[in-house]
Structures are given as C-alpha cells and as structure tokens.
Design a protein around this ligand. Structure first.
Ligand code: NAD
Length: 371
C-alpha cells in the first residue's frame, strides 16, 4: 500500500483513528495531507473584536476552529466555555499563558490585545511553538516588529497580521482595477477612515497602550488601500495634525491628514480621525473613477466603477482571513499578509508622524519593501 493510501485508510476507519491517536505524528501528517483537519485557534484578549467578529467567524471557518482562549477576566472564562464549548484545559490567563506550549489542541495563537501588548504576546506565542496571527497595527514601533519576526523565524512558526481586507472581494477588485490599469493610469487617490471616540478611559487614546491615535488604528487602512490600489510604494510623505479637541486628545492625535507621493507622480490624500465620520477609498484614473464607500467596514461595502456598481458578493472577511492562514500552515505556503507587511505599515506610520511633527516632507528611502 502506498503511503498516501495507507494514511487515507487510517483516517477512514475507527480502528485507524484509535491507532492514529496513539501516533500523533501519523494523525497530524494525515490531516495535513488530506487537508481536512481543522487547526485550533486560541484567541488572546476577549474584547470587542474577539467577541463580536473573530469568535463568530471561527464558527464559519473550514480549516480552523476556536479551540482555546486567553483572558485576564475570570468571569469571561465560564461564559466563553459554555458559549463555544471550550474545554477547561484550553482556557488560559496571562500568567499561565506560556504553558500553552504543552497544548496540542492549539496550533495558532491570535493576539487581539491593545497594540503595545502585541509584541510581547506574539513573541511568547512563538516561543511556545505556536503559529501567530497578530492584530493590526503589528506593534508600536519597527524595532518591535523586527523582534516579532525574528522570534517566529527562530521558532520555525508562521506570522500573519490580521489584515482582513486583503480577503475581501471589493478590495481585491480595487487592487485589480488599479494595478492592471483597467481604466488607465492612476491620477489621484484619496482615502479616509474615522469614527467618533469620546470615552476618556479608552486604551485607544492612552499612548502607552495604543502607540498612537486614529492613524495606527484606522488610518493604517488608508495607507494600505492607497498602496494596494496603486501597486506602488510611496516615495515621500507630508502630514498635518488637525486635532480639534486638544483638551480631550492629550496623548494621541484626534485627527490627522497626510499625503503620500507615488513614483508615477500622483498623490494619495488621506484622512483619519476620532472626531468625525469617514469611510472611503477612491481612485481616479485617466478613464474614470472607481471607489468603495463604507470601504473599511466588516460588511456593507459598496463599490462603483465607471461602468456602474461592483456586483460582488459580501463575505465574512475574518473567516476567509483565518482559513487562508490555516491553509498556509497546512500546505507550508507563505501568507499574503505576513509580519513583513505589518512592519512596512508600522514604518510608514512612523514616517507620517515624523512628517506631522516636523512640518516637512519625509523622503522614504529605506522603506521595508513589501507590496
Ligand atoms: P477592546 O478594548 O475591545 O479589547 C481589548 C482586550 O484586551 C480586552 O479584552 C481587555 O480586557 C484586554 N486587555 C488586556 N490587558 C489590557 C490592558 N492593559 N488594557 C486594556 N485592555 C487590556 O479592543 P478591541 O477593539 O478588541 O481591539 C483589540 C485589538 O484588535 C487592537 O489591536 C485593535 O487594533 C485590533 N482590532 C482590529 C480590527 C480589525 O478590523 N482587524 C478591529 C478591531 C480591533
């Protein structure tokens, strides 16, 4: 019997399963080989994004499932265990987190904590022998991004950033239309993402926890959208802090505008704020305009081209993103949203802040090249 048939027959029979469970490497090899085994994901940090988006998405994924949780809030342990049928042995807190190394159910650790905690938990997860998805922004500076990439490389584990929009059909359409110059060369890009934040206790306006204001949280999508629509990296940046309520936004900016100049000569005008509403990605090309409104939302995106509405079917972005990463692990492929991409964006964010602080254009000479 050939190896593939042998493994297939092991999985197909109850006796095979019993035998395989006493030989985990055979079971693992079999599940990787037939591509059907679901990888276990542990969510670290059970705040709004985990509860509202990621855990529900993990009920729809085909290649991974919600296997464990890491939380500092004891009341959440029972609630989540009951709601998502999580065994007691797969529930961790921040103190015993490192013992997740011994848990064979957990293949992927998904870090969904305030931004300044991303580096520590990504590195600890890699050291525990787990693949990692880390939420955006990857870290609060480029130095931490390097450490995270190094830790995952050293552990031989994959690192991906929670960039859900790379898996959304409307954003893929923007990439296609812009990069293939379907309506001619780009002449101008513009993008804005903003919402109103008035909670004085929010970690998002505490610089130590957030690393920055709406730019790191929302504006990062405008940076990305401009780059993947253009298919080019910017060469210079100018920026202006346009915060209105300086009493409320003391540690981080409340609003920011910036312009990125691209090698082909056009600019991208971007805007982000915690004092306003905005949600658009617009590309102007020689033969017309194509754009998204509610561009960066989880759903309800509308797209328009010179030929009319983009007739695309909405997807669960997070489910596709996590399934794609699980497939990359199973098939040992590179993710399209790796740590290097997260680091590039953190680098650009640092340069946008530098341009806003100095009031002078910043030339981008050593940009981590990742498109
Ligand atoms: P949140 O405030 O709702 O949740 C944060 C979680 O971290 C909470 O469970 C909190 O208890 C825990 N935590 C642990 N230590 C903490 C500390 N010292 N201070 C505050 N909270 C602490 O935040 P969120 O909206 O879920 O965001 C979490 C991460 O996910 C952020 O990095 C954010 O940028 C990212 N996010 C990404 C998307 C996306 O679309 N990809 C959307 C929302 C949030």
């Amino acid at each position: 019997m050939k190896r593939r048939q042998f493994l297939g027959s092991l999985i197909a029979t109850g006796g095979g399963l019993a035998m395989a469970s006493s030989f985990p490497s055979i079971l693992q090899a079999a599940s990787l080989q037939n591509g059907k085994g679901k990888l276990g994901v542990a969510l670290v940090g059970l705040g709004n994004y985990s509860a509202g988006q990621l855990a529900p998405a993990l009920q729809q994924t085909e290649h991974c499932y919600l296997a464990g949780i890491v939380t500092g809030t004891p009341e959440k342990e029972q609630q989540w265990a009951e709601k998502y049928h999580i065994p007691q042995g797969n529930i961790y807190n921040y103190d015993n987190f490192d013992s997740i190394a011994n848990n064979k159910d957990i293949d992927i650790v998904y870090v969904v904590l305030p931004n300044s905690m991303h580096a520590e938990y990504t590195i600890r997860a890699a050291q525990a022998g787990k693949h990692v998805i880390c939420e955006k922004p990857m870290a609060i500076d480029v130095e931490d991004c390097h450490k995270m990439i190094d830790a995952c490389n050293k552990a031989g584990k994959k690192l991906s950033i929670g960039y859900r929009l790379h898996f959304d059909p409307f954003h893929k359409k923007m990439m296609e239309l812009g990069q293939q110059q379907v309506y001619g060369k780009l002449t101008q890009l513009s993008s804005g993402f903003a919402f109103v934040l008035r909670d004085p206790n929010a970690w998002r306006i505490n610089k130590e926890l957030s690393g920055g204001g709406p730019l790191v949280d929302l504006g990062i999508y405008c940076v990305q959208g401009s780059i993947y629509t253009a298919g080019e990296l910017p060469v210079s940046i100018t920026a202006k802090n346009t915060t209105k309520d300086k009493d409320f936004f003391r540690q981080v900016e409340g609003s920011l505008e910036w312009e990125m100049v691209f090698p082909s000569g056009y600019t991208s005008k971007c805007y982000t704020s915690y004092e306003d509403q905005a949600n658009y990605l617009k590309a102007e090309a020689e033969k017309g305009t194509f754009e998204l409104s509610s561009a960066f939302s989880y759903g309800g995106i509308q797209g328009k081209t010179p030929e009319g509405p983009m007739n695309l079917v909405a997807v669960n972005q997070q489910a596709l993103q996590m399934d794609d990463f699980a497939i990359c692990i199973k098939q040992d492929k590179a993710t399209i949203v790796p740590g290097e991409l997260g680091m590039r964006d953190v680098y650009l964010i640092e340069k946008i802040y530098e341009a806003a602080e100095t009031g002078r254009p910043v030339m981008l000479q050593n940009i981590p090249r990742f498109l």
